[in-house]
Design a protein around this ligand. Structure first.
Ligand SMILES: Nc1ncnc2c1ncn2[C@@H]1O[C@H](COP(=O)(O)OP(=O)(O)OP(=O)(O)O)[C@@H](O)[C@H]1O
Ligand SMILES: [Mg+2]
Length: 407
């Protein structure tokens, strides 16, 4: 064993990565996923969706509010779209709040909303009220005080009626009537649970308020899921913006722009990728931006590990394989032991099974199995399909890859 100072060792490894990176003609890995909040330098395509959003906004500003759902598969760019709306509308002086849906009661939701309106629009970073709202200070400060420490604990002496009144006051009195209050809700599928019924019912009135425009982002089945829990919600969200995959040109453009930013001087367009490697990435990733980014990133990591100067098709294939496996393994790690027992049993039964089959196989009550199945289903790791009188649960592609290909 050679003695090596651990501090020196870390420094050496760090600078050797830097050097291998430079061999690839990159200053950094432009595909390591980091939020690029407000940075639209890397944003490609989406012209018709942006136009539609612009139209929705324009109509809302002229008194005709139509709330919208932004829907699409995982990693297609829904959160990024909400982020763009956030910055675009903020620039126009509207109030904007960003929320992530979670299993909350209407009261908790209202608290979040009120708190975010205050901290994102009325109170500046240093805790003072913005000058244009100074005349309303006493009341605003009173609300803020009620909500202070929010995050640690839910304020108990702030009843829902009062929160509603305060919210109304902010929107009717404090907000410039020419401006909107825009509410952006990400991961809105979370609301499609029975436990969120009262929240959705509350939404029916809330989504009808003038001066409030809501954008919800979620899966392609978002509206179906919400309507199943609470039918009237459909009328409250009349616009659906469907996010299709990026076109082939847009996919190339996405890769090119990120590489350009990281290139050292004299690097060619797609370096360190070969032309075939890029073609393969675009072909395999189906226009899904996250897939493209992760495949590129993984390919670069492999190239660094192997100390290469070029990334060819073979490296890309390896990257896709690694990612494919790791997604499935990540899911397995994420499941509880009971859930993991069930998906493994599903694999044993051919990747597809009914509650009865599983309950016989595992010798557990159908009730218990059913509860676990619907939890796993909600996380999107298995699907439900009806065949005649039977309801089958089916493993997702990612799980099938790890569980059925017997590695
Ligand atoms: N139009 C685009 N141009 C360039 N990059 C994009 C575009 N849309 C999304 N991306 C990138 O793709 C990745 C995934 O996007 P995002 O997180 O917005 O997807 P999502 O649909 O919200 O995913 P999820 O279903 O997991 O919530 C991000 O790294 C984002 O920067
Ligand atoms: Mg998202």
């Amino acid at each position: 064993m050679i003695f090596m100072d651990p501090i020196e060792f870390i420094q050496k490894s760090a600078s050797s990565i830097k050097n291998t990176m430079l061999k690839l003609k990159l200053k950094y890995n432009p595909f390591s996923e980091k939020p690029i909040r407000g940075n639209t330098k890397f944003f490609v395509g989406r012209v018709s969706e942006l136009r539609e959003i612009g139209e929705i906004l324009g109509s809302a500003m002229h008194g005709s509010v139509a709330n919208a759902a932004i829907v699409g598969t995982k990693g297609i760019g829904k959160s990024s779209m909400l982020n763009i709306i956030y910055y675009a509308t903020k620039k126009q002086g509207h109030w904007v709040v960003e929320l992530t849906a979670s299993q909350v009661t209407p009261r908790q939701f209202l608290i979040q909303l009120l708190y975010n309106i205050l901290t994102e629009n009325i109170i500046s970073m240093c805790g003072t009220i913005k000058t244009e709202y100074l005349e309303y200070s006493p009341k605003i400060l009173e609300m803020y005080k009620m909500l202070n420490n929010y995050g640690d604990k839910v304020p108990i002496h702030y009843p829902r009626e009062r929160i509603e009144r305060d919210l109304q006051y902010l929107i009717d009195e404090v907000k410039d009537p020419d401006k909107l209050c825009i509410v952006l809700i990400d991961e809105a599928d979370q609301f499609a649970k029975k436990s969120c019924l009262s929240l959705l019912q509350f939404f029916h009135s809330f989504l009808y308020e003038e001066g409030i425009l809501t954008f919800m982002a979620g899966s392609p089945t978002l509206m179906d899921n919400l309507t199943r829990i609470s039918p009237p919600i459909k009328d409250r969200i009349p616009k659906i913006i469907n996010m299709p995959p990026l076109s082939v040109e847009e996919s190339y453009d996405l890769i090119k722009r990120r590489l350009e930013d990281a290139h050292t001087e004299g690097a060619e367009e797609f370096e360190p990728f070969t032309e075939e490697a890029i073609d393969k990435i675009v072909e395999e990733c189906d226009g899904i931006p996250r897939k493209i980014i992760m495949t590129c990133s993984e390919s670069i990591s492999i190239a660094i590990k192997k100390n290469l100067t070029k990334i060819d098709e073979k490296i890309v294939t390896e990257a896709i394989h690694t990612l494919g496996i790791s997604v499935g393994h990540q899911i397995l790690n994420h499941l509880t032991p009971a859930q993991s027992e069930i998906v493994k049993a599903m694999a044993k039964l051919g990747g597809k099974a009914t509650v009865t089959q599983l309950s016989e196989y595992l010798k557990k009550s159908p009730g218990t199995i059913g509860t676990h199945l619907s939890d796993i289903c909600e996380m999107g790791y298995i699907y439900k399909e009806r065949e005649g009188n039977n309801v089958y649960y089916i493993l997702s592609r990612e799980l099938r890859e790890v569980l059925l290909k017997g590695d």
